[in-house]
Design a protein around this ligand. Structure first.
Ligand code: THG
Length: 391
């Protein structure tokens, strides 16, 4: 075995020590920082998110801060989603595109003050792009990455946990609403958001020295609700149809191809980069579209680390971009990016997997998992139970 050497290029999160104590067993690298992706018990980690509450180190959701007299102008230049009605204390999920309408990132944009925004980014170097645009447009702004690391509390019991810690006001936060507070000396932003369909909060820590303190505070408050560690969950997010930028997108993907068209305002953001190209794509219709893939019953697939080619009637129609075994559907499922005219929900396809050709059906997103909500993890899908981590 080998280890991944960390340092200033592969950074540790403020919650790193706490996640090691909690028994973390796997990491990925995202925005040049390590993110936990497992604690040795994937089945429990999944059910905890669906029925309980789960604590995630998502410090890799880095903030690109834009501050200064022209901050609002830069923010609007960067996204084709209209920000004109965005209030201080609110956020918005927004695509970032280049001049050809190609997706560069899909952050949540938080408005902290009239002249201060955070772009809570997916995995690409948005700061470089934002600095270049600011300079080229001669805007009076500073663009930098502040010392901010979010911790996500996700799942149906997350509201009780977060309310027990910070107060009942959190219950009234709308989706993407937030408050800036200081709690036990810790400077925080408490927001209703998170990369799951189960609901929850993200606590943005604005001073990394408190990482372990914040983790422990939430773990202790969550004890009564059987909280445990988790991470952005591939199974849950594919079931729910959440886009993973960089996994389900390539260097040519535009928002209309991956179901983000509803976050593009063609009329209301004339200065936004990419808007002209997006108008054309919208008028002509995108070449590809994103659909779900339901594999026929059989062995779960090996992990996908490249896009898998897909054919219909022997003709290439696109790719399966992500896949996972779904406990609730008892099938391997995936997301596909396929030709819009040639491939439709209901079509039978053949997928070139690492395990050979597999038959599947294209379906609408999100997957219909509700009927299996109460189903416990059966022995058929449960991997061997490892010993619980100490502590
Ligand atoms: N939280 C924060 N930063 C992030 C993410 C996050 N940065 C990276 C990544 N996730 C950005 N991508 C997304 C994708 C989807 C959503 C949020 C961030 C999301 N979508 C909801 C949905 O699709 O149901 C609602 C969107 C809406 O309708 O407005 O929440 O998770 N801090």
């Amino acid at each position: 075995m080998f280890t991944l050497s960390h340092g200033t290029r592969v950074r540790k999160s403020p919650f790193y020590d706490a996640t090691v104590d909690a028994g973390v067993s796997a990491f990925t690298v995202y925005n040049h920082m390590m993110m936990p992706t497992g604690y040795r018990d994937p089945v429990s980690e999944y059910w905890r998110l669906i029925h309980g509450v789960s604590l995630w180190d998502v410090a890799v959701e880095r903030q690109v801060e834009v501050v200064g007299p022209d901050a609002a102008e830069l923010a609007q230049a960067l996204t084709p989603r209209s920000l004109s009605t965005l209030q201080v204390g609110r956020g918005r999920y927004a695509p970032i595109c280049d001049h050809d309408g190609i997706l560069l990132n899909d952050p949540i944009i938080l408005k902290l003050n009239e002249d201060q925004f955070w772009f809570s980014i997916a995995d690409s170097d948005l700061m470089l792009w934002a600095r270049a645009v600011a300079q080229e447009r001669r805007l009076r702004v500073t663009v930098f990455e502040p010392d901010v690391g979010p911790l996500a509390v996700q799942g149906p019991k997350s509201t009780d946990v977060v309310a027990d810690v910070f107060g009942d006001w959190v219950r009234d936060l709308p989706l993407f609403g937030f408050r800036q507070i200081v709690h036990q000396d810790m400077p925080l932003v408490v927001a209703r958001s998170g990369w799951s369909k189960q609901g929850g909060f993200e606590i943005y820590l604005r001073d990394r020295q408190y990482g372990t303190d914040l983790w422990n505070l939430l773990m202790e408050a969550g004890f009564a609700y059987e909280i445990g560690p988790g991470y952005p969950n591939t199974m849950e997010r594919i079931e729910g149809g959440l886009l993973s930028f960089g996994s389900d997108t390539d260097a040519e993907t535009n928002p209309y191809e991956v179901r983000l068209g509803r976050y593009v305002n063609l009329d209301t953001a004339p200065t936004a980069i990419g808007i002209e190209a997006l108008r054309k794509i919208h008028a002509e219709g995108p070449k590809r579209h994103q659909l779900g893939v339901l594999f026929d019953e059989g062995a779960p697939l090996s992990r996908v680390d490249v896009w898998m080619g897909a054919q219909k009637d022997g003709v290439d129609i696109g790719s399966v971009t992500s896949s996972v075994f779904s406990i609730r559907l008892e099938r391997t499922i995936g997301l596909a990016l396929v030709d819009r005219l040639a491939a439709q929900p209901g079509d039978r396809i053949t997928v070139d997997t690492a395990d050979g050709e597999r038959e599947a059906e294209l379906v609408d997103l999100p997957f219909d998992v509700d009927t299996n909500l109460q189903r416990p993890a059966g022995p058929k899908v449960a991997p061997p139970e490892p010993a619980p981590p100490a502590g």
